[in-house]
Design a protein around this ligand. Sequence first.
Ligand SMILES: O=C[C@H](O)[C@H](O)[C@H](O)COP(=O)(O)O
Length: 223
Amino acid sequence: MTQDELKRAVAAAAIEDIKPLLSRDTIIGVGTGSTANFFVDLLAELKHDFQGAVASSDATAERLRGHGIDVFELNHVGTVPVYVDGADEIDAHFNMIKGGGAALTREKIVAACAERFVCIADASKHVDVLGGFPLPIEVIPMARSYVAREMVKLGITPVYRDGVVTDNGNQILDGYECLFEDPKAMEQRLNNIVGVVTNGLFAQRGADVLLLGTNEGVERYTP
Ligand SMILES: O=C[C@H](O)[C@H](O)[C@H](O)COP(=O)(O)O
């Protein structure tokens, strides 16, 4: 199967996974990226079975609205029963690297307000140790150089993602050449750097369910 076919298959599996949660007043959290886009497109077929969605990016909000799905502000919703999103990498403990599409901050916020995080990923995203994929860090623009120097002290090589501005008006540093054996501790350390808005390690709040697309079919994992 192609990578896109695997992404579509996990998106379809996620639809089946969340169906029991849907009612006319259900508002669900929806992530960002190419895998999440497949999910949004399939979700459209169920749009009369739930109230709407909270989006983790402007792009996802636009896609949801394009399908006629109502988009709600998180502040007006409180919690959502489920958040469905992709990942750039996920390990056996359901820790993830996210933010390849620069949406990490809003993703982490919606995930924090979700009772269940369903990660949808093709098999290429499953790794033993996080860090093969460069770690995105969203920074306040004036702090970029400072944060980059602090990253070097932690053994991470920073590269400025030139030209990218997040939905929050900030910039992205991608962290290379570091494997994250203890992602929870590193997530905390990076959060402590002044000027960091969010880092792409999702370890303190990892996934609760992993739907992994393989050539043998979609595999469902829970911790
Ligand atoms: O900022 C983007 C997000 O974290 C995405 O969920 C992540 O990059 C995975 O994207 P894709 O499904 O396109 O591989």
